[in-house]
Design a protein around this ligand. Sequence first.
Ligand code: EPZ
Length: 433
Amino acid sequence: MDAFRIKGGTRLTGRIRIDGSKNAALPLMAAALLADGPITLRNVPELSDIKNMIRLLSELGCNIHRDQDDPGTLTIENADVKQTHARYDIVRTMRASVCVLGPMVARRQRASVAMPGGCAFGHRPVDLHLRGLEALAARIQLREGDIVATADRLQGRTIFLGGPFGSSVLGTANVMSAATLAQGKTVIESAACEPEVVDLARLLNAMGARITGAGSPRIEIEGVDQLGPAEHTVLPDRIVAGTYAIAAGITNGDVILDEFPYDSLLAPLDLLDNIGVHVHKLDNQQDPFSCSVQVTSERRLKPCVLSTQPYPGFPTDLQAQMMALVSLADGNSIITEKIFPERFMHVAELSRMGAQLIRQGATVMVQGTSSLIGAPVMASDLRASACLVLAGMVADGDTTITRVYHLDRGYASMEKVLNSMGADITRYQVDEP
Ligand code: EPZ
């Protein structure tokens, strides 16, 4: 199993490009199940989650071709629409597999998807997905751990898709995708507003769907009889972008990030600016959703009060990274996790590195300290792993992180990217039971 050895005392300088978004690419790939004809996706990131989705779609009867000259370009085409079972041993490794459910029942009249289990930060229900599809007249049954959805033809309806923690990103993706082939009009109220939902609507409309309102809490979909081929370029990954901006800040570095989705990160960038990490656009004429920025930081960082929210609020996927940053701030910060109240697997590991953290339920008080101490720690989920890498780069001494396969799910060769800007990270093998 892979591990990292990180030498502390890093200051990042240099220039990197932000890859395409994992959380956009996965539902975009699943949308290919709806199409009569090939779907070509560009700027697909090279990640283990993407490889898992390729494996899943292949098992679901899709032919998938990766461009020899550009591994970031995938073409996906339905070949055998009789395959409708997403098996547990794939779904359990990647919860996002659930996003094949809506497209498959809409186009193939049947879908059997293993119920996703929990993950490192607690129970991950799919009740909103199922409620939304049932509202579209899908018949949903649970059989031996599989969600079995059937429908001759889905029927458009007005659906309230809000849950106890607000909207659901993949729930919105599933219902919006399914509604494209429903009979009649569907309205999704309390839809997720994330940029990844907007990107998915762009592809679906290019395939012939009739979606309006994506990016707002109210999405309207006029059902059509068929969706055709299309080409689409995946938008930049706002969480990877935010992670590398925080990496520049925590190391008091000076870096340039290209294809940075500035206007998809206004909440984190506003908070970072108040803390003392400044992200400046190099050219105001560029696309604000994919532009070049310079990241610099004050030597002394200010504390902050942060609560994670659905988009456009502060993203839960940057919560762990921010905790590493403010562990070194001048004063006490308060971090509250309102999306996944258990998403604190990084707290114990960060504490091993000397961070002063006091957790009460879904809130952590971070008492800023002058330095962190390198230590052996263990990765537990994707963004918690990123947090430990950031901390390791600035800690006194060496840090080893085991189980970095968690990191590889969402960051392509993170050690190579950071080493290109001056970090000292070595990937090595460890034998683990
Ligand atoms: C997406 O997960 C992202 N994953 C997550 O990123 C991200 O943390 C999350 O959205 C929130 O922004 C992908 O896009 C592949 P949700 P998703 O449904 O859609 C509750 C990463 O690190 N809920 O928006 O599965 C849920 O428990 C990953 O890249 C229900 O109650 O998340 C949570 O509290 C981690 N019932 C809240 O809603 C449901 O049916 C938001 O979850 C579904 C969700």
